[in-house]
Design a protein around this ligand. Structure first.
Ligand code: ASP
Length: 438
């Protein structure tokens, strides 16, 4: 069977006509690149606008009955310029007018936002000479607007079986009533992954404006080491903790088929990028630590109660207080007589007093202390399982740099160590751990 590569191009890779020419060079340089998934045009420079943001703005204005001509004309100009620069024979003006009319007539928020990808895919398909296949005819969402992966995979496989080369817009699908539903922001990554699983691709390429992942955030650490290979699970841990680049939900569709993802740079296609592989893939060189990432703004609620472990139902009551207040628990480290709940500050802030009061009533603890403005740092690495002294090295590095550790948890898989510190120590802690391992 012929090998297939699915290539997704992000917004910065398709921000203007110059970027489109780079994308064409990349696509045509490997015949296996048969299914292409574009995002909407992104920023051309720091102070530019993403088309998706402008579309959300149009929707907002239209839904308040405010004229959105000015914003829409910025959107139209972006697409018109791309088409005229590339000398395309596509009546983009007519399509833009039709979309504007639909927004005026009360199109949904999701429909409006999805047009960024729709238009870009129409243009790219014309430019590449590939067929346009609408994502609304491939990607099925169920009643709760959740992806129905099985139905979708069948659709993708049967539809694309007869179409050797196609462009499929990212970011959206349709529910059973045929209404357009978008994924969360950055969701074209998920579309690429879905298409790759549906056509059983040998590789899913995700083209962006960086050459893959780095061991730590380059805004915090100077020239961090590049990550050549990372596993799905390591990536999941790191992206949950805020390492950007790939949408965290993009792993699920391809995980069982073990399709590798290659993060590549459209502006430096010769760079190998980062390979994201399944846990079972052979890896040549194993570092102890693959990456360090973190998130700020958590609140820790620390509860003490003597003989907590003998109090049957204690944990259930505690968790149910959070559940009934609609607050999700990020982590829950515990010791014999104490337990800490780590929750996102933005979720708990307005409810903190109520939650604490309810914990007092239902769980009758000896004491409750809250620590606001906390940050979590995850040190992730599949190599930690086989290495002694990893945590000692991390803690020494933090202590030597004057960072006070408030909490430590290690996942049962020994894939990560999570450390709780004060927000203000965030950058210092990441740099200290990186220096210890670089
Ligand atoms: N255009 C959408 C966004 O800006 C989806 C994507 O780029 O992946 O979030």
């Amino acid at each position: 069977m012929e090998e297939v590569v699915v290539a997704k191009f992000g917004g910065s890779s398709l921000a203007d006509s110059k970027q489109f020419t780079k994308v064409k060079d990349i696509v045509t340089s490997d015949k296996r690149r048969r299914y292409i998934v574009p995002s909407a045009p992104g920023k051309r420079s720091g102070d530019d606008h993403k088309i998706t943001d402008l579309l959300y703005m149009c929707y907002q204005l239209a839904s308040h009955g405010i004229n959105f001509d000015e914003v829409y004309s910025i959107i139209s100009k972006r697409y018109e310029d791309i088409c005229s620069d590339l000398e395309l024979d596509l009546d983009i003006k007519e399509i833009l007018t039709d979309i504007k009319y639909k927004i005026q007539e009360g199109a949904t928020r999701d429909y409006t936002a999805s047009r960024g990808e729709y238009l870009n895919a129409l243009i790219l398909s014309e430019y590449l000479g590939f067929e346009f296949v609408d994502a609304k005819d491939l990607i099925v969402l169920d009643k709760g607007d959740k992806l129905d992966l099985e139905k979708t995979k069948k659709n993708v496989a049967s539809t694309l079986a007869d179409i050797p080369y196609a462009v499929i817009p990212g970011f959206y699908g349709a529910n059973e009533e045929g209404h357009i539903i978008t994924f969360s922001r950055g969701g074209s990554d998920i579309t690429g992954s879905i298409i790759a699983s549906g056509v059983d691709a040998v590789l899913y390429e995700n083209w962006t404006d960086v050459s893959g992942f780095y061991m730590a955030d380059p805004r915090i650490v100077d020239n961090p080491r590049h990550i050549d290979t990372i596993t799905y699970r390591e990536l999941r841990e790191l992206s949950y903790m805020g390492a950007p680049v790939l949408h965290e939900e993009s792993i699920f569709p391809i995980k069982s088929a073990e399709i590798p993802i290659n993060i590549k740079n459209t502006n430096r296609p010769e760079d190998p990028g980062t390979m994201i592989v399944s846990e079972s893939a052979p890896i040549n060189h194993l570092e102890t630590i693959t990456g360090i990432a973190g998130k700020k703004d958590f609140t820790v609620i620390s509860i003490e109660k003597t003989r907590m472990n003998e109090d049957k139902g204690f944990f259930r009551k505690l968790v149910s207080v959070l559940e009934s207040n609609d607050v999700s628990i990020e982590h829950m480290p515990s010791s014999i007589d104490s337990i800490s709940l780590i929750v996102s500050s933005s979720e708990i802030n307005s409810k903190l007093d109520k939650v604490i009061e309810e914990i007092r009533i239902y769980c009758k603890p000896d004491s409750i202390t809250t620590y606001p403005e906390m940050a979590l740092i995850a040190v992730v690495g599949r190599g930690m399982i086989n290495t002694k002294g990893t945590s000692a090295k991390i803690f020494t590095a933090l202590a030597n740099n004057g960072v006070n550790i408030r909490m430590i948890t290690q996942g049962s898989s020994e894939l990560n160590i999570i450390i709780g510190i004060k927000n203000k120590d965030f950058d210092k802690a990441i740099s200290a751990i990186y220096e210890a391992y670089k």
